[in-house]
Each structure stands twice: as C-alpha cells, then as structure tokens.
Design a protein around this ligand. Sequence first.
Ligand code: NAD
Ligand code: UDP
Length: 331
Amino acid sequence: MSAQKICLVTGGAGFLGSHLCAKLLQLGHIVIALDNFYTGREKNIAVLRQNKNFSLITHDIINPIQLNHVDWIFNLACPASPPHYQKDPIYTTKISVLGALNMLELARTHNARILQASTSEVYGDPDVHPQPESYRGAVNPIGVRACYDEGKRCAESLFFDYHRMYKTDIKVIRIFNTYGPNMDPDDGRVVSNFIIQALKQELITMYGDGTQTRSFCYVDDLIAGIVTMMNTNHTVTGPLNLGNDTEFNLLQLADMVIKLTGSSSTCAFKQLPSDDPRQRKPDLTLTKATLGWAPQVQLEDGLKKTIVYFHEALALQNLTDKSYEKNISIE
Ligand code: NAD
Ligand code: UDP
C-alpha cells in the first residue's frame, strides 16, 4: 500500500463517493468526506462513520474552504443523474466550475494531488465511436444537458490551467456510465429505474426506441481504476477514460434486468429526452496502457449484485406493497 494519506472526498455521501471512501479506509488512509447532501444520502456513509479514520464535513463546494492539511483530493461533488443535474441547471454549473476552482485552490495551498471526476458527457452526442480521449466531442452548448457537459468541460480546462500555471499535481478521469449498490432508488438513471420497475412489476420506461447504447461499468471496477489513477506518478495527468467497453443497447439491458429479476414487466416507450447521446463506449486503449487497469465485472454479474441491493432497499424503505414481496424471485 502507498503511505497513509489524508484524503478529502467531495461528494463522499453520494453513490461513487461512498464507495471510494470505503476503499480508501480499507487501504489504511484517513478520509474526510465533504458533502452538502444535495443528492447524497446519510445511509451511504452510516457504516463508515464508525471508522475512527473517517470524518464528515457538511459544506457546499461552491464556497471556498480551508483545511489544516490534505494530501489527496478527490473531487466528485456534482449531481450526476440527468433529472438531478437539470433540476437547477445554474446551480449545476456553479458546482462544476466554482467547485473545481475551490478545490484546486485548496490543492494549491497544501501542495496536494487532486483528481477530477469528469465524465463521458464531455464527448456529448459523439460522432466518433468508440470515444478516445483525443476526441473533442459534440456537445450542444445551449441544450438542457449543457449545464453538466459544459460545466465538466470547464472544470477540465481549469484543472489543466492550474497544472500549467502552478504545476498543480492533477489527475483527470472521464467516467462512463457506472452502476451498483448505493445508487439512490430515486436517482432516475437507467439502471436504477429499470431494476426498480422490474422488481415492482411496473412498466419499464424506455426512452426512445431503446436502440441507443451505453457501456455499463460496475462500481468496484471503477473505484479500482480511480485508486490506480491516484497512485500514478505526477507525469500522469490524464484525461483518461474509465469505464467498461462492452456496449449494450437499452432493449438488451431491459431484457437482462427482466430475466434476472424474474419480472413480468414489459416496456413502455416514452419520448427520448433532448440531446440524449445515441451511442457511448469508451476507447480504453490509453487507459489500459497507462494504468494496467481493465474492468473485470460482466454486466450480468454486476446487475445481480445491484438487484440484491435494490431489493433490500425497497423492502427497507417500505416502498412496496405485499404483491412485490410475493412476486419477487431474484435469479
Ligand atoms: P451522486 O449524485 O450519487 O453523488 C454526488 C454527490 O455530490 C452527492 O453526495 C451530493 O450530495 C454531492 N454534492 C452535489 N453537489 C454538491 C455541492 N455543491 N457541495 C457538496 N456536495 C455536493 O453521483 P455519483 O454517480 O456518485 O457521481 C459522482 C461524480 O462522478 C460526479 O462528479 C459525477 O459527475 C461523476 N460521474 C459519475 C458517473 C456515473 O455513472 N455514476 C459518470 C460520469 C461521471
Ligand atoms: N433511460 C431510459 N429510461 C429511464 C432512464 C433512462 O430509457 O428510465 C435512457 C436515457 O434516455 C439514456 C440512457 O437510458 O438514453 C442512459 O440514461 P442515464 O440517465 O442512466 O445516463 P446518461 O444519459 O447520462 O448516459
């Protein structure tokens, strides 16, 4: 293991942040989660709070913050689900841009290493497929997704300007669709929606005709990639794609979820949201060569674990009626 670090994880109570905090604690580091619970949840970090090396700061990253000391900063704070980031798009832009600026200033003050959770959304609705890091993207700068896409693009540009101007030790990763336990059941992303709808024997909300593609990465693979990236030497700045490069269309995803849950749900076709990318798959050539990392978990295996999580989450939240409990049969 690398020497013990004091790690700040912004967005630590969110889906990815909570897994990252758990992994860093497991590796022996000291972890400070920073979150304002905009989309994060206390229950994601409840078990971590029992660890003496874990602490929480409730703070909004659009405002500057001072800390006594920090070695590593992981900047994950930002709503990631389209319904969440589109709810208050101006705030989303502030989180991405001012949040990045504030965290970069903190890194500069402490001479800390800083990782930015960027996104495949910087490629927009891509006309190059799969997407290598060299592809500059096709983002609609005035569309409903722009608050997120352009906010993340501006954050990347700030990271590289700090690196050029102040030699800040930066790492930029572009995360592709990731799923797994600790996703918020009300998050609105496709994997959580489909699984919950299937478990509840409800109609599966298929936006468009379901032929659009995504490449789904299981959370454990993603976290391993983030930790590997953070442990590279200072010459490795990225951007590097992190995700799974096995591509599925949404009809295939729905079939798999229905099969694995033993559900009788069928698809209800709805209007495709505006600017919804038609296809997405990471080109992992550079990432594999740089990190020696590759995703390991097949979609079917990751979905099984995620279905168990949502089954328990639904039961716990008592969101369901008795028919749910009677009908359920997880494969
Ligand atoms: P999430 O919504 O579950 O977590 C985001 C966390 O950030 C939440 O805990 C939220 O409360 C916190 N947060 C939001 N605004 C904040 C603010 N102003 N101040 C402090 N905390 C704030 O989302 P996630 O899926 O865990 O995504 C984490 C990061 O990874 C995001 O930056 C996202 O853009 C990026 N990412 C995720 C995916 C994915 O598939 N999950 C893909 C690409 C990029
Ligand atoms: N999607 C869908 N039904 C849903 C939620 C999403 O068909 O209930 C579609 C969405 O239109 C997109 C894909 O699934 O084509 C992935 O959506 P998600 O919000 O998970 O992530 P992103 O669009 O950011 O990749």
